[in-house]
Design a protein around this ligand. Structure first.
Ligand SMILES: [Zn+2]
Length: 488
């Protein structure tokens, strides 16, 4: 070996010893860019205040329409970094027609592993473990928290790579949460954080928060814009009004009565059966999404497979107990996520899906999606879907039963809605047209106009939401409560 080779070798060894592995280098570079690892790790608290739109995925008029938006006028996230606590306070106002309170104050917190909610009157209650996990991961969708988590010696770093103008590294936190951090190749500031989540309707979704418009606050670089997407859907576009390093985070702890309470289990799924007419059953029980079963000569048809797989599977199982005839079809009233949450399990159960034609591409996409994080029945046992699409109307009829399906026309909120009418019983079966408990019936006049145009003589409303009522009462309630003019 020549002296020159020895020198080169020494230089190489020295370089190898002084530089961190590439996955660690990305995190170190990010920490340096944010203000230095020591500074980031010594931070006791952060507060982010701002405002921005928070769209509601799966609630648009048509599947490809713009999403209805909650405008968050006040957003404050306080983070007690030293004690691992956070609380988000929001004041939000519906920018769409909504049957509930259109101005809402939402306060949610996390104290270590304990998630809690605070009611407007200040009452604090414990939230479930799923909420705790979601909030813990959501908290990591900030440059400071993700870099601190990545600097934790118990974190695992892997798969360093360069894509476009970003360097990426996969992080498994000390708590076991998996996220990907992307940093800008030139500034080394965090540009994005990505985590995967299981959505009841969409299955595996990427939650990505993009950071931009960094400012310097007391020697720490903080983004003034945080934009969170769930796949293609915008979830929250936060324009920061003020970043505060430190601040008062004394009140973020959960009360002892909350921390000592057990985490509430997921809500139970109970399905009750009530025969509301010959060959027609109303399946209610827990929650406020009911389904209706119609008995034909040689088969049963379900109206509505709502909420999620658990609810809809329980409903399908219960529907199969009302008669020995096979359940063959599920009418899905419209595409809103709370009403189509049972689409996949209905297909997995071999049911033909009856729905408005405008849902075709959207439903086929939902059926094709991957559900690997929480494998559902269709993921485990794939089946081809069978559809019957309705345009303006369709009649299901044999000697035992006649059910007419009608498309709700010109409604400002419901573009794919199919309601049902049973002429023999003069019965209306509907979802989202009316719920007696709603605070306001903003599209009630449109509903009454639709029913009048179809020349339906209705005695009784058997709803997906709410209670069974005489039609007279439904009309009275709609007319008594204020409606916004010009919404037909
Ligand atoms: Zn609904």
């Amino acid at each position: 070996m020549t002296p020159r080779c020895v020198l080169v070798l020494i230089a190489l060894v020295a370089a190898a010893c002084s530089s961190a592995p590439p996955e660690r280098q990305i995190v170190d570079d990010a920490a340096t860019a944010l203000g230095g690892a020591d500074r980031i790790q010594a931070l006791a608290a952060l507060e982010v205040t701002g405002s921005g739109p928070a769209p509601n995925a799966g609630q648009n008029r048509l599947p490809d329409d713009e999403l209805p938006v909650w405008q968050v006028s006040e957003h404050t996230r306080s983070i007690d970094l030293a004690n691992n606590r956070t609380r988000v306070r929001q004041l939000r106002e519906a920018q769409f027609q909504f049957a509930g309170a259109t101005v809402q104050r939402v306060t949610q917190g996390l104290d270590g592993d304990v998630a809690y909610n605070v009611a407007p009157d200040g009452t604090m209650t414990r939230a479930g473990d799923a909420a705790a996990r979601d909030r813990r991961v959501e908290l990591l969708h900030h440059p400071v928290t993700i870099v601190r988590a990545a600097l934790d010696p118990a974190a695992k770093l892997a798969n360093p790579r360069t894509e476009g103008g970003e360097q990426l590294v996969d992080i498994t936190t000390a708590k076991g949460d998996a996220l990907t951090l992307a940093i800008d190749q030139s500034t080394h500031l965090p540009s994005r954080v990505r985590s995967m989540s299981a959505n009841a309707n969409m299955g595996d979704v990427a939650i990505v928060t993009t950071f931009s418009d960094y400012e310097d606050v007391d020697g720490v670089k903080l983004p003034r814009k945080l934009t969170t997407m769930m796949d293609k859907y915008l979830q929250f576009d936060l324009q920061v009004a003020k970043n505060t390093v430190g601040g008062n985070v004394a009140d973020l702890a959960a009360t002892t009565s909350v921390t000592s309470a057990p985490a509430p289990p997921p809500p139970p799924v109970a399905v009750t059966v009530e025969e509301v007419a010959k060959g027609i059953w109303w399946l209610a029980g827990s929650g406020n999404h009911r389904s209706i079963v119609f008995e034909f000569d040689d088969h049963l048809v379900l109206y509505e497979a709502p909420v999620n797989e658990a609810r809809s599977k329980a409903v399908i199982d219960k529907a199969r107990t009302v008669s020995s005839k096979p359940l063959t079809k599920a009418i899905i009233s419209h595409h809103h996520f709370d009403h189509s949450g049972g689409l996949r399990v209905a297909v997995a159960e071999g049911l033909t899906i009856v729905t408005h034609r405008a849902n075709e591409a959207f439903f086929k996409d939902l059926l094709a999606r991957q559900h690997t994080i929480v494998p559902d029945a269709l993921q485990q046992n794939p089946k081809p879907a069978m559809f019957e699409f309705v345009d303006d109307q369709m009649t299901l009829k044999d000697k035992s039963m006649e059910v007419q399906l009608y498309h709700l026309l010109d409604n400002p909120r419901e573009g794919t809605n199919l309601y049902a009418y049973v002429p023999r019983e003069r019965m209306l079966v509907q979802a989202d047209l009316y719920d007696a408990s709603w605070q306001q019936h903003l599209w009630g006049e449109n509903v009454l106009t639709n029913l009048a145009q179809r020349k339906l003589r209705i005695d009784r409303d058997v709803p997906v939401h709410g209670v069974i009522e005489p039609f007279d009462q439904m009309v009275k309630t709609i007319k008594a409560k204020p409606t916004i003019a010009g919404t037909n």
